[in-house]
Every structure is written in C-alpha cells, then in structure tokens.
Design a protein around this ligand. Structure first.
Ligand SMILES: CC(C)(COP(=O)(O)OP(=O)(O)OC[C@H]1O[C@@H](n2cnc3c(N)ncnc32)[C@H](O)[C@@H]1OP(=O)(O)O)[C@@H](O)C(=O)NCCC(=O)NCCS
Length: 315
C-alpha cells in the first residue's frame, strides 16, 4: 500500500478579482503584455476579513465533505504555505482547531514555496505508510495569501501572483502505480520574499532566470517520475504542472513532444497561487468532469529554493 488515492478535493479563492486592466491602471503594463507573456488574465486577492486560513478552511471543508470523511478519519494534517496568517501557530494547527481534529492528529506546515503541495503530499504519504497514525486519511492543503508580500508598484512581479487555496483528502492504495521525486538546487537569490526589511518582505525575482530553471527542471522531473514508475507519458491521463506561466507549460509540451490537451492550464483565471496552484487545478479538473475517478495524474512543480518535484496520484 504505497500509492496515493485521492478521496476528495476542494478549492477556494478570496472575493476580490483583479483584472489585467485593473493592474494597468496601477503600474506601467497592459492586458496584452500580461496575456502574451504569461497567459494570465485575472487573479483573486484577499479583501477585508479574508486571509490564508479562511481560504484554506473553506477548501478543506469541501474536500472532506466530498471525500465523505469527518475529523475522526484524519490521521495527519499537512499544509503547504509560506504565507500563513501567523508565523506560528501554523496554518495546519489553525485548521486543526477549526475542523476539530483529535489531539493525536499531528498538524504542521511545510515550506517548499510553489513546490510545497508536492512536498506536503509526500510527507503525508510517508506518515500514512509508516502505519502509526490514529486514522487512515490525511488532509493535505496548499494555500497562499501572496498579496501580502506582493509589491503592487513592481510590474515585473505584481502581475503574476494571486491568492487561493485547495485541499485534498488522501489515503493509501495498493491499486495504483506510485513514484515521487523531490529536490532543490539550493539557490537563495533568484526568487525570495519575506525578509525582515521593509522592501525585503516583498517578492523579488529574476523572472528570466526562473523561467530558464523551470523549463529545464520540469521535463527532467516528469522523465524521472515516469522512469521511477516504469511508465511512459501515454500511460498517464493528466499532467498537472504548477501554473506559473502558460509559456513554461507550452515549452514543456514541445520538449516532451506531448499532447497539449494532457496538460491542464488555469493560470488565466487564478495567476500563480504558489503552493495552491496544483491542487486548485486538480480540483477544477475533477469538478468539470475533465478527469475521472481512477485516472492517473502526474503532478509537477517548481519554485523558490529552487525547489522542484513530481508525483503520481490516483484520482
Ligand atoms: C516574469 C516573466 C513573465 C517576464 O517575461 P520575459 O519575457 O522573461 O520578460 P523580461 O523579464 O525579459 O522583460 C522583457 C521586457 O518587458 C518588461 N516588463 C516586465 N514586466 C512587465 C509588465 N508587467 N508589463 C510590461 N512590460 C513588462 C521588462 O521591463 C522588459 O523591458 P525591456 O526589454 O525594456 O528591458 C517571465 O520571465 C516569467 O514568467 N518567468 C518565470 C517567473 C515565475 O514563474 N515565477 C514564479 C516561479 S514559482
């Protein structure tokens, strides 16, 4: 019993929708530039009374409801985020309280930036596989409030990011293939945020350098997952890439000579929601009926650190 079965997913984005036209009234940019260079059209930002926890809570409730599980069924709660409402307690502990998990259910956050959901998923899977948790399911959340660390006077970053959350309830299965690769290049300069200084707290990024990293790392990561599983891309039903830039996914599709329809895209509506982007895409695919129970998805991400990772999931 080593593979991951997805029992239910849910997503939530905050209420304030920011369009490219809105941004072009704030900084020197245009709808055309943003669409052509990134594929992004709208993104959602936290408004009054909204935050990381409120989005994550709504997403987690939906995921648990769709999975047909209650708090007693959750053996561990892992949240991927680097923009929790508090440095401590963690987002996972806030969810633990709000969802009424048992005291013997551990809860903690992981930070692997935009690859965070995959690190959280593999961490939860390993804990489930170790067999010492009180219950057989894990709640895995990816959630960000990136607007708090976005400099809305910097056109090179503010057009890219959005807030949002998604959650997945998983259990183990022996009825599916499994493979997972995770790694980091140990770069701390190309993409960083959240420092103590006034400007240092904002996202700073060398965009073209991140782009070069992504188009190198993502195809390698997909190849590594497939090779570990002894599979080919044709045996995978969906590839769910981190939704940072439509051109990155197009490049990966060309490089792998893959059918583009296998690679879901939704950055047009949400922008880059970091750790939430992969589970938001998963949830949409399932909700729209574009993916079916029992299919196999290969999820692949990259982000600050520079982190990367990929894993197989049975839907
Ligand atoms: C950020 C990104 C969209 C920039 O696109 P690009 O094609 O690489 O563009 P460049 O940064 O080379 O900039 C090209 C020009 O557009 C300008 N520009 C940058 N942002 C702009 C904006 N929002 N509107 C209009 N012009 C902009 C630049 O100033 C530059 O002008 P110049 O040629 O006069 O110097 C792209 O590099 C990218 O997506 N990188 C990956 C980022 C990412 O995924 N980050 C998160 C990782 S998890």
């Amino acid at each position: 019993m080593n593979a991951i079965k997805l029992l239910g997913t849910g997503r939530h984005v905050p209420s304030r929708c920011l369009t490219n036209d809105d941004l072009s009234r704030m900084v020197d940019t245009s709808d055309q530039w943003i669409r052509e260079r990134t594929g992004i059209v709208t993104r959602y930002l936290c408004g009054e009374g909204e935050g990381n926890t409120s989005s994550a809570l709504a997403a987690a409730k939906t995921a648990m409801e769709r999975a047909g599980v209650g708090p007693q069924d959750i053996g561990v709660c892992v949240a991927a985020t680097f923009t929790a409402d508090h440095a401590t307690p963690s987002l996972a502990c806030e969810l633990h309280q709000l969802l009424g998990f048992a005291e013997t259910t551990p809860a903690f956050d992981v930070n692997a930036a935009c690859t965070g959901f995959l690190h959280a998923l593999e961490t939860a899977r390993c804990l489930l596989a170790a067999g010492r948790l009180r219950a057989p399911c894990a709640l895995v959340v990816g959630s960000e409030a990136l607007s708090r660390i976005t400099d809305f006077t910097d056109r090179s970053t503010c057009v890219l990011f959005g807030d949002g959350a998604a959650a997945a309830v998983i259990r183990l299965t022996d009825d599916a293939p499994y493979a997972c690769v995770l790694g980091a290049r140990g770069d701390t300069q190309i993409l960083r945020a959240g420092g103590a200084g006034e400007m240092d707290r904002f996202i700073h990024m060398d965009g073209p350098a991140v782009f070069r990293f992504a188009v190198d790392a993502v195809p390698k990561c997909i190849d590594a997952v497939l090779s570990q599983a002894g599979m080919t891309l044709s045996q995978v039903d969906h590839v769910i890439c981190h939704q940072a830039n439509s051109r990155i996914i197009d490049y990966v599709v060309r490089r792998l000579k893959a059918p583009p329809e296998k690679f879901y895209k939704n950055m047009d509506r949400y922008g880059n929601t970091s750790a939430a982007s992969i589970p938001i895409a998963l949830d949409e695919l399932l909700e729209k009926g574009l993916a079916r129970q029992g299919q196999i998805a290969l999820c692949v991400g990259f982000g600050a650190g520079l982190t990367w990772g990929g894993a197989l999931l049975k839907l």
